[in-house]
Design a protein around this ligand. Sequence first.
Ligand code: PLP
Length: 233
Amino acid sequence: MEDFKKNLEVIEENICNACKKAGRSRDEVTLIAVSKTKPVEDLQAVYDLNIRDFGENKVQELKDKIEVMPKDMKWHMIGHLQRNKVKYIIGKVELIHSVDSLRLAEEISKQAKKNNVNADILIEVNIGDEESKFGISTDEVIELVKDIAKLENISIKGLMCVAPYVVDSEENRPLFHKIKDLSVDIMSENIDNVSMSILSMGMSNDYQVAIEEGATMVRIGSNLFGKRDYSKN
Ligand SMILES: *Cc1c(COP(=O)(O)O)cnc(C)c1O
């Protein structure tokens, strides 16, 4: 059995240290507990430690968990989202981190309008890593942001990226820096209905570096919940 309390204490201390190092305040950074593949008992244990933000990457699993977990949990869709599944999560999630096309944004806008809600989203940026299939390339981001900004019932709140797995987290520093720079560029365009207040970057392996480079949301799974076992799914 994982000691969630101990894990959380270590993570919290690391977040505080990274904030201090970067001259930032601790409350600028939100910890998202990435609970994919984990049973609801584990989520409840972490909820009981006062964590409210949870990240999932599959629509079905997200739906199932939302139904049984406490109503004040804030759910983050962090995985690739298919257009035909948007309808299942609209109005139920705090933030969709993984929008990387106009067609997906159009479906989110349509479903949000239908449900009379507003959907907050991030643009997932592919930071030039050949392995990652998702995310829009950096040189196409501004155009996509401008197009999505025109849609109704959808608001861009910032950028998200999935950095490659590296042994030395310092290797990802330039990538995080690039995303921060990109967000500043987008801000300077002063596009209506677009904010760049959220930068969702950094995972178990590299969240301290991500925070030093400006992350406002870190998505932490294995360091909190323990290793994931995919053999059972
Ligand atoms: C699984 C996942 C995470 C968490 O990864 P860990 O390395 O276990 O912390 C973060 N972001 C996304 C998009 C994920 O799919």
